[in-house]
Design a protein around this ligand. Structure first.
Ligand SMILES: Cc1cc2nc3c(=O)[nH]c(=O)nc-3n(C[C@H](O)[C@H](O)[C@H](O)COP(=O)(O)O)c2cc1C
Length: 222
């Protein structure tokens, strides 16, 4: 974080930042705006700016939220990686509607995303899996994510087991581990302002007769 950026944080925190949201103009691309905000969050020295909450709700109607790390995003959606047998993944298979939330406190910004989830390709998951450090790869094999531990040492024992099974060389990509892509139909950019007169700029997706996506833009009262 540069001195100027620190100064900006100091001067603006609690007061609303000086930079205005872009005025609504035709054909504004929400992914470009997301990219701009994400880049600024990365520059602001925020710890884990890619951390986001993902909320899901299975067929029992009970919502559940947890943090994950945003690893990739483009016009197709927002991707994170996890265990496909975890609670969240089980809920996604019952109900593919999800919500994401990113909060960058020093910038007084949040982004709300609503959409549906789909699995990324096996190839994309494998590529990401193999880019991770070895410890995380073994950890993915060892953790029966969201399932009850039978006893305190179970996880340690499973880590030892998989370290022995794959002592060196490439750790294979487990079938049960991979990425989920959130395909948004609503994205809202929230910018904190003085006197709680915050800006909320929203994008809602609609399709035309040719199935071409359009993003309708509007602002909401704070
Ligand atoms: C900052 C942060 C980042 C996290 N990133 C991930 C992630 O990318 N993938 C993941 O499976 N769990 C991640 N976790 C752990 C999850 O929050 C959660 O405990 C785990 O995925 C099990 O959730 P579930 O039982 O609802 O499926 C992260 C936790 C924190 C605090």
């Amino acid at each position: 974080m540069t001195f100027l950026e620190k100064l900006r944080c100091l001067l603006t925190f609690g007061q609303g930042v000086a930079l205005p949201l872009p005025e609504i103009s035709e054909n504004q691309d929400p992914f470009e705006l997301f990219n701009l905000w994400f880049t600024e969050a990365n520059k602001a020295g925020i710890l884990l700016p890619e951390a986001m909450s993902v909320s899901s709700c299975g067929s029992d109607g009970q919502p559940s939220s947890r943090m994950v790390l945003l690893k990739e995003f483009d016009q197709q959606g927002f991707v994170f990686y996890t265990n496909y047998a975890s609670k969240k993944s089980r809920q996604f298979s019952e109900n593919n509607k999800v919500a994401l939330l990113l909060h960058w406190n020093v910038l007084q910004r949040q982004v709300r995303i609503e959409g549906t989830v789909e699995k990324v390709s096996r190839e994309q998951s494998a590529n990401y899996f193999h880019s991770r450090d070895r410890g995380s790869q073994i950890g993915a094999w060892a953790s029966k994510q969201s399932h009850k531990l039978k006893h305190d040492n179970e996880l340690k024992e499973r880590v030892a087991h998989f370290n022995k099974l794959y002592p060196q060389g490439e750790v294979p990509h487990p079938e049960f581990w991979g990425g989920w892509r959130v395909k948004p139909h609503y994205i809202e950019f929230w910018q904190g302002r003085a006197s709680r007169l915050h800006d909320r700029i929203c994008f809602e997706k609609s399709s035309d007769n040719n199935d071409k996506d359009h993003w309708q833009q509007f602002k909401l009262n704070p």
